[in-house]
Design a protein around this ligand. Sequence first.
Ligand code: ATP
Ligand code: FE
Length: 329
Amino acid sequence: RLILGIDTSCDDTGVGVVELAPDGSLTVRSNRVWSQTVHARYGGVMPELASREHVERIADITTDALEQAGVSLADIGAVAATSGPGLVGALLVGLMYGKGLAQALDVPFYAAHHLEGHIHAAAAEGDLHAPYLALVVSGGHTHLFDVPSEGQYVLVGATKDDAAGEAFDKIARLAGLGYPGGPAISDAATRGNPDAVPFKEPLQGQKGFDFSFSGLKTAALLAHRAGAKPEDLAASFQRMAVQFLVKTTVRAADATGRDTVVVSGGVAANRALREAFARTGLNVVFPGAGLNTDNGAMIALAGAAALREGRRASPLDGGASAYAPLANA
Ligand code: ATP
Ligand code: FE
């Protein structure tokens, strides 16, 4: 069965096609993303421009995704689209387009939570079955969930201030390393000394599993003013950010008894983070290439999981929501 997934939560128009095999395994058949460039000159995403650009691109990207998958619209057996959180105007474009497609094809429609998509981005990498822990490290979230059973999310910890990706972006900008900051820091770090700038691990001694990046950001600013080399700043910050994320997640795994951890979202593309998680001895699952940052295939994967569990389709009159917590907690 083929599931078409759509994500238009921010400034990427993403459409992907996923195949759900009779044995329950999932394969990404295509994944097309149009990353909007109109925002560059404003230094941030302009919501209304994002919506308009989604309207202009969505049909073409959908055609591309079908073509790349080698299927036609008539082969699609279910449609999933992000309903939140995100920019409401942007979300509405993909959501309405997805509902329209589902209605025209007379197939079930699934409204997906954006973070459920990020988590399920890893579902095509072998068998991902609950229970597991899920760490979402993206541009807007640093959230750790316990997933005791499919479709159930319990928030175990979250950032108290900046998201991990946001910290990478801001420190990269500060050090003049360019945008997006994650890849820029990761690249510069290979040429820097991780011992050059002393960063203190945030929230030392906490009993919980929360995150915080504002202290690292301030420390980076002070080191930059004191003349730290951008490469050294990148290497030192990245090492501490990775150490903090991994240590906190491992403590949560010990506390909950979970031995499988999904790490997803844009920052999950970070090589140092992947290597550090690989050394934990936990069964760590990462999204495949092109599935870390926003895309449509991850939403198709979330829809496919819902379909596989026999979850009821979403009503066609549901709306988009800017702030929608994933956890029922
Ligand atoms: P959210 O899903 O929370 O709304 P988002 O969808 O904008 O946020 P993503 O697209 O998942 O976020 O991820 C973007 C973030 O990932 C950026 O902050 C970027 O710097 C970061 N990132 C991308 N590649 C890397 C990398 N190699 N190392 C570290 N960070 C990275
Ligand atoms: Fe995202």
